[in-house]
Write a new protein. Structure first.
Length: 143
C-alpha cells in the first residue's frame, strides 16, 4: 500500500471524469487534461494535491485509506451556440453525479465515502474575456 496514488489510480480517476454533456440539444465535448497541460475550450483540468496526508480506516472492510484532494477546473468560453456559464454548469452537474458513484471504489480502491461531505460545492472562479472557470474540489481516499 502506497501513501501516494499510483499511475494506475490516477488514470482511473482521469478516465472516469465525464467529458461530454448536452446543452440546448447540442452535444458539447471537452478536453480532459492535467493541470500542467495546454488546452483550448472547453476543458476539464485535473489536479491532485495533498496526497497521502492523512489516513483513515474503513471499519466495514478494515482497509487503511490515505486522503488526497482532487481539484477539477471546468474551463469554458462563450460561443455563438452556448453561453460558457451554462456549459460549465452542465459539466459541473455531470462530474458531480459521476463522482457521487465513487462510494463503490474505482481501480486501486480510489473512492469517496460520502458525497455530501467529500464533494465540495461548485465554485465559480469568475470569468475573464468570456472565459469561465468553475471549480469542484473532492476529497478522495485510496488504499
Amino acid at each position: 500500500m502506497s501513501r501516494i496514488l499510483s499511475e494506475a489510480q490516477k488514470k482511473a480517476i482521469f478516465t472516469n471524469i465525464p467529458t461530454s454533456v448536452t446543452v440546448n440539444d447540442e452535444e458539447v465535448t471537452a478536453s480532459r487534461i492535467w493541470a500542467n497541460q495546454v488546452h483550448g475550450y472547453p476543458a476539464i483540468s485535473l489536479n491532485i494535491s495533498n496526497d497521502g496526508v492523512r489516513r483513515i480506516e474503513d471499519v466495514s472492510d478494515g482497509i487503511l485509506y490515505y486522503e488526497a484532494t482532487l481539484t477539477i477546473h471546468i474551463l469554458t468560453e462563450n460561443t455563438d451556440q452556448n453561453n460558457g456559464a451554462i456549459v460549465a454548469d452542465a459539466f459541473s452537474q455531470a462530474i458531480v453525479e459521476e463522482i457521487a458513484t465513487w462510494t463503490t471504489p474505482l481501480t486501486g480502491d480510489v473512492r469517496i465515502f460520502d458525497s455530501r461531505e467529500d464533494i465540495g460545492t461548485t465554485q465559480n472562479n469568475g470569468f475573464e474575456d468570456d472565459i469561465y472557470d468553475y471549480i469542484v474540489s473532492v476529497t478522495i481516499y485510496h488504499g
